[in-house]
Design a protein around this ligand. Structure first.
Ligand code: SF4
Length: 330
């Protein structure tokens, strides 16, 4: 069986090849010199295998394919390169400190998939690529601020790091006495479930800190029996599993899709945590669901599911001290 790094290496990096694999007319692909492709196509085969062949509107394909007819425009009123104002909270190399008590440690500068709606699609990762020495300096920043009780490994995707590097990082964080929790935000295990290795499970379950993994799943079709087996093992080893989704037009802005996603996640030991309103990042306007539509849909989800399966609908507003619940609470 291939390991996750071999699967990653064989990913699609070209829309025409992906479309051909899916029996879809390759003329739907943008020309190679289109400006949108500075954020290139990247799709693991494991995710492509979950897409419906012949369907240009497949909800998984829609998340990764730059398309001609809509979106990927260079500029739109109200959209920006840095919709969350993160460059201002990038307090030192590799650290984003925007909320009280917790920091984001940008551990990896790449992902296993390039999601077209990503709010960090224009983030200056090159400038935040950490050498081993810089990683230690970032840990010193955390050690010097005893209000920080939680470190969130983010990216890019932190699980792009090898298990050895993650073990080293976790061990460095554990030595800071005021840090009690380590959280990993990752989409990688969703698109390549083989990333949930036994070694990673051991690192997280044996940590002195409480550990949690926040997955990023947008649609139930992304999840397979392979995910179920690996996620349940991880959950049973003591790691808290949560999920965040982004509400995306043409992907999951539908009652049955959202309720099925929550129910499927729960069978895999994962609790729905956040449903984000899409951020207004340049190139992604075609994914934005209007506030009115989002509110109406969310009320239906609340009526359909028990409370513990309803993710919190939130939006991030630069400068606010926490993610803002979208005000639809009747
Ligand atoms: S995996 Fe996450 S960080 Fe990476 S492109 Fe997708 S949404 Fe952005």
């Amino acid at each position: 069986m291939q390991d996750w790094q071999q699967i990653l290496a064989a990913s699609f990096r070209d829309a025409s090849a992906l479309l051909e694999y899916l029996d879809i007319d390759a003329r739907h692909a943008l020309p190679d010199d289109h400006p949108a492709l500075t954020f290139p196509v990247l799709v693991p085969v494991t995710l492509a295998n979950q897409m419906q062949r012949g369907d240009i509107n497949d909800p998984l394909l829609r998340q990764v394919l730059p398309i001609h007819s809509e979106g990927e425009l260079p500029d739109m009123p109200g959209f920006s390169l840095d919709p969350l104002g993160e460059q201002d909270t990038n307090v030192c190399k590799g650290i984003i400190h925007k909320y009280h008590g917790r920091v984001l440690l940008l551990t990896a500068t790449t992902c296993a998939i390039n999601c077209r709606y990503c709010f960090r699609r224009h983030f200056d990762y090159k400038d935040n690529r950490l050498s081993r020495k810089q990683r230690l300096e970032a840990l010193s920043y955390i050690a010097a601020d005893n209000s920080i009780s939680e470190v969130i490994l983010s990216g890019g995707d932190p699980l792009m790091l090898s298990d050895e590097t993650i073990a080293e990082l976790v061990s460095g964080i554990e030595k800071i006495s005021h840090v009690r929790r380590i959280r990993i935000h990752s989409r990688l295990p969703v698109v390549i479930p083989q990333r949930l290795t036994q070694k990673l499970q051991d690192i997280l379950s044996q940590s002195n800190c409480q550990t949690s993994l926040v997955l990023h799943t947008n649609h139930g079709n992304e999840l397979t029996p392979e995910h179920k087996e690996r996620l349940l093992n991880l959950r049973n080893s003591g790691v808290t599993l949560l999920n965040q989704s982004v509400l995306l037009k043409g992907v999951n802005d539908d009652l049955s899709i959202l309720t099925e996603l929550s129910e499927k996640l729960f069978t895999m030991g994962v609790l729905p945590y956040y449903l984000h309103l899409a951020d207004k990042v340049i190139g992604a306007h075609h994914f934005v669901v209007s506030d009115t539509e989002a509110a109406a849909l969310y009320l239906q989800v609340r009526e359909r599911l028990p409370g513990y399966l309803v993710p919190q609908l939130v939006r991030e507003i630069p400068g606010e001290p926490y993610k803002q619940p979208y005000p639809v609470m009747a």
